[in-house]
Design a protein around this ligand. Structure first.
Ligand SMILES: *Cc1c(COP(=O)(O)O)cnc(C)c1O
Length: 454
């Protein structure tokens, strides 16, 4: 019997990240300040170390992965590429379905792929403390883990509702030595302002980002770290697609379709961009490759948003980025895929989508859980609610292959396991999960408040 797991050796962990900025059809639009002038590296240095700023602005195709980072990656990388043979059989599809399983990291998702290098570059720059925000807790636990590995103190502002509803994610962060506060907190101006208006404020990702940025900007020994959206995070995540390419080489296959969930866009860019790089280089195998970003219908930044300059956070602290956005003060419905509740999307993903080089689809919540349960019952792994979005789209494509008889090779990013999300499965089984329609009016209201550049 052939194995369904395609594995790599530790020495095959990539030595360089891929940066798609080198292969864009036109240069990336720069981040701007509200007066319309480009944000400078000096301004970013209040919260980021020099190496991260350099990566953020880099148009070099290949960026070296530090040896110390590769050594930590060995704890869980290379991650397996798995042929979902039992799912194929259950669907009766001629398609070959593969998933890259990122749930093998200690934090249970792809996010440590960027948390580890971010902690490394900050320690190299003499930084002692990191602040960040977390919603559902995936990014917070990843940065808590990475901070611990490099001897950095980590302070996490966790959206208050999650802090109360997800005690196990919080305990994970505390086990790795991080301090965790419910946001809005009394520790920052921003937090105190929101609490004065409403002591019962349940918090939001936007408020938590503002608190973490405020603290980092105000202390010389402290920097801020972000878990998605920015160019350097997308570059770090390219390790997923680079490994997958080596794994496909081993079995002499190449994907026709690459599919990933899309919140801020780093897990999508991470798996898809190395293949799009082949396409840009004229590789015949990649000629007809399609890459599909999957988002929730309740927060459809790519499929329904506007391509324009907007802030990255709710308070307007960050520079403005040119991206698909639903408006920076858009508050998405409380779907269980917390990692997909972001108003915007990576500038790189946005530009490629605008140029028609990638595709996007939006899927409703219930259909994603249905797909996730079908996946768990055939492949064993219980997926994170975010990952269920990619599974939904992959199953839909596999069923389309059944109709047409095409034996396509489909690759999707299984970004994490759902072991800390079992209460959402409980609600799904109890029939109390909802589908949320596209919130036309709320989006119109927040788009009306887009910043005016210059
Ligand atoms: C954060 C998260 C996502 C979304 O990732 P982006 O890179 O922001 O698009 C997807 N899946 C899991 C499991 C996550 O934790």
């Amino acid at each position: 019997m052939e194995s369904t797991r395609i594995l790599l050796e530790a020495h095959e962990i990539p030595t360089h990240w891929y940066n798609i900025a080198a292969d864009l059809p036109s240069p990336l639009a720069p981040p701007l300040l509200p007066d319309g002038t480009p944000a400078t590296p000096e301004q970013l240095s209040a919260i980021f170390p020099p190496a991260i700023i350099e990566q953020e602005m880099s148009a070099e195709r290949w960026l070296e992965i530090p040896q110390e980072v590769r050594e930590i990656f060995r704890l869980w990388r290379p991650s397996p590429l798995v042929r979902a043979l039992r799912l194929e059989q259950a669907l009766g599809t001629p398609a070959k379905l593969f998933f890259k399983y990122e749930g093998v990291s200690p934090a249970g998702s792809h996010k440590p792929n960027s948390a580890v290098p971010q902690a490394y570059y900050n320690r190299e720059a003499g930084i002692k403390r990191l602040t960040t925000e977390t919603g559902a807790g995936q990014w917070g636990s990843s940065i808590a883990l990475a901070g611990q590995m490099f001897g950095l103190e980590v302070r996490i502002y966790m959206v208050k509702v999650s802090y109360e509803q997800k005690p196990y994610r919080r305990l994970m962060m505390q086990t790795w030595g991080a301090e965790v506060f419910a946001s809005p907190s009394k520790l920052t101006e921003t937090g105190r302002k929101w609490l004065a208006e409403d002591p019962e404020n349940p918090g939001s990702l936007g408020i938590a980002i503002s608190e973490a940025v405020e603290e980092a900007a105000g202390r010389a020994d402290t920097n801020y770290s972000l878990g998605s959206v920015l160019n350097h995070v997308v570059q770090h995540q390219s390790i997923i697609g680079l490994e997958a390419k080596k794994q496909f080489d081993k079995i002499g296959l190449y994907p026709d379709l690459v599919i990933a969930p899309c919140g801020g866009g780093s897990s999508f860019g991470g798996i898809a961009f190395p293949f799009l790089g082949d396409k840009a280089a004229g590789d015949k195998r990649a000629e007809k490759l399609r890459a599909i970003a999957v988002e929730p219908t309740s927060c459809p930044s790519l499929t329904k948003g506007r391509y324009t300059y907007d802030f990255g956070d709710a308070s307007g602290f960050t520079p403005m980025m040119k991206m698909y956005t639903l408006g920076h003060d858009f508050v998405p419905a409380g779907i269980h895929a917390g990692g997909l509740r972001y108003h915007g999307a990576s500038q790189l993903v946005s530009q490629l989508y605008h140029a028609g080089l990638i595709e996007a689809v939006a899927v409703p919540q219930l259909a994603t859980f249905e797909a996730g349960v079908q996946f768990a019952r055939s492949e064993g792994i219980i997926p994170a609610p975010e990952s269920c979005h990619a599974i939904r789209a992959a199953i839909d494509e596999a069923l389309e292959c059944k109709r047409t008889g095409e034996p396509k090779v489909i690759l999707f990013n299984l970004t994490g396991h759902g072991h800390f999300d079992m209460s959402s499965f409980e609600r799904y089984f109890a029939g109390s999960l909802e589908d949320f329609d596209y919130p036309v009016e709320a989006v119109e209201r927040s788009l009306a408040k887009l910043p005016v550049v210059g």
